[in-house]
Design a protein around this ligand. Structure first.
Ligand SMILES: Cc1cc2nc3c(=O)[nH]c(=O)nc-3n(C[C@H](O)[C@H](O)[C@H](O)COP(=O)(O)OP(=O)(O)OC[C@H]3O[C@@H](n4cnc5c(N)ncnc54)[C@H](O)[C@@H]3O)c2cc1C
Length: 449
């Protein structure tokens, strides 16, 4: 029996594997885990085997806590294994000034500090694991303005970041952008943000799973938790063939959160589709013909944004929002439109074939920022989710921080209130897909500015 979900269940079917470049090119795990065959007892059971779940399990297991991660598909089946590999900040749709207005300057600085720490945490891990991407310029993000109005907005944003955070972002005009190796008729200038780096997400996920296994956590793939009950002060998580009995649980399912596992989740997460295409390798002369030679992680200023970067082997990875149906067939029907948008931005590459295309769910919520914290009154059930499309760094941070909260190494009041504030249900939560459709129709208009 399938779990109750916001969209058509085929998009959450763990037997359908994304046709992604990452799946085609990832390093194998050193310790390929096998599904549990017998019922299992542990201190902490984690639902979801992406960055959040593994990062929590690694930290708990290293502290000697017996931990089991149940993943419905293979480890990295969800967004963690199929994202754009931008290890960058955000995890909120609120601007810096919105955060200052709501929480004050110190809280906003706390948010940024956490995001910087999160990026460095992933960078340190990848360096140690020997899986960093060897490309030039892999140390900053480039935001490109898709209209002259947006270039003005970037200047305002850059001043704000520099003033409030003491950072040194630079805004460049169209000519400078061309000289930067980021030439496109679609862009009018850009802002260089001095943070983050690109990575191969599935290599990172596999290395994290290996490290979690080595810390002696139990990893159980192909183990979809169908229900959770509370018996004699403990949780019983039931999968098709096994039960996991645990003192505490962590929900680490983000955009793949069901409505019932556990019941707290109902109505709180709005999954949204993000789609990616990857071209065949683009030769140096083809790159020069377009004028796009930079490997910087790049995104444009649309609300329904595009994000893209040249991968180490010259393939172009290009992602975007737009599909508003969870049904897999309808998600796939959006691929030609994504390719049309690619051709508009890179007209000289119109004849360059797409080799891979896939999509996945990001997790949004009502408060427009990630949530981390307890989801019951006695603090035996915890969650970290709703990364708003930016979870490479922040889901890693979320998982590790949940573990530190459970271990008593951190307290909730040390974390940004933006993140620990409750994530409420959407009003008339059955309307979530319609809210998304309406919002996208609105953004398509405002993105013309
Ligand atoms: C196409 C795309 C591009 C993206 N690009 C970027 C990017 O460039 N940079 C960035 O920072 N972020 C990006 N993101 C977002 C980022 O990938 C996510 O925020 C992050 O991976 C979330 O990690 P997670 O571990 O919380 O969830 P996920 O990796 O989604 O893992 C959740 C897991 O839970 C499992 N699950 C669900 N229900 C159950 C159950 N009942 N029992 C057992 N298992 C269950 C699912 O199978 C899934 O594997 C992108 C996302 C997508 C989809």
């Amino acid at each position: 029996m399938g779990l109750k979900r916001v969209y058509h269940s085929n998009a959450s079917d763990p037997t359908i594997i994304a046709d992604s470049w990452w799946e085609a090119s990832a390093n194998l795990m050193r310790h390929a885990p096998a599904p549990l065959e017998n019922d299992h007892v542990c201190d902490v059971a984690i639902i979801g085997g992406g960055f959040t779940g593994l990062s929590a399990a690694k930290t708990l297991a290293e502290a000697g806590v017996t931990t089991c991660v149940a993943e419905a598909g293979h480890f990295g089946w969800g967004a963690s294994g199929r994202n754009g590999g931008f290890c960058a900040n955000t995890s909120t749709k609120k601007s810096l000034s919105d955060i200052v207005k709501q929480y004050g300057l110190d809280e906003m600085r706390k948010v940024i500090k956490v995001q910087e720490e999160a990026i460095e945490q992933v960078r340190d891990f990848c360096t140690l694991a020997g899986i960093t991407e060897d490309t030039p310029d892999n140390n900053a993000e480039l935001a490109v303005a898709h209209t002259p109005y947006q270039l003005k907005q970037l200047r305002i944003e850059s001043d704000e970041i520099n003033r409030l955070l003491g950072l040194n972002t630079t805004v460049i005009d169209k000519q400078e952008l061309n000289a930067f190796g980021a030439k496109s008729p679609a862009f009018y200038g850009g802002m260089i943000l001095p943070w983050g780096f690109g990575l191969h997400p599935l290599n990172y996920l596999h290395a994290l799973a290996d490290a979690t296994h080595e810390a002696e956590a139990t990893l159980s793939p192909q183990t979809e938790i169908q229900s959770i009950t509370h018996e004699n002060g403990r949780y019983v998580l039931s999968a098709q063939n096994v039960k996991i009995n645990a003192k505490k649980i962590i929900v680490a399912t983000n955009g793949y959160t069901s409505e019932t596992v556990p019941n707290w989740c109902k109505g709180r997460i709005l999954p949204a589709v993000s789609s990616i295409l990857v071209t065949r390798p683009i030769t140096a002369s083809e790159q020069a013909a377009q004028g796009w030679t930079t490997h910087h992680m790049t995104y444009d200023t649309r609300t329904l944004l595009h994000y893209f970067r040249l991968l180490p082997n010259g393939r172009m990875m290009f992602g975007g929002r737009g599909a508003t149906s969870g049904d897999l067939a309808k998600q796939r029907a959006f691929f030609p439109e994504l390719r049309r948008q690619f051709d508009e931005i890179f007209p000289k590459w119109a004849n360059i074939e797409t080799d891979y295309q896939w999509s996945g769910f990001i997790g949004l919520n009502r408060k427009k920022a990630l949530f981390i914290g307890p989801i019951d009154s006695d603090q035996t059930a915890w969650a970290s989710l709703a990364y708003h499309g930016s979870g490479v760094a922040m889901a890693t941070w979320g998982g590790k921080t949940l573990a530190e909260l459970i271990l008593g190494r951190k307290t909730l009041d040390q974390l940004p209130r933006l993140y620990t504030d409750q994530t409420h249900k959407f009003p008339f939560d059955f309307m979530r897909p319609q809210y998304l459709k309406l919002a996208y129709a609105y953004y398509r208009q405002t993105d013309k500015r």
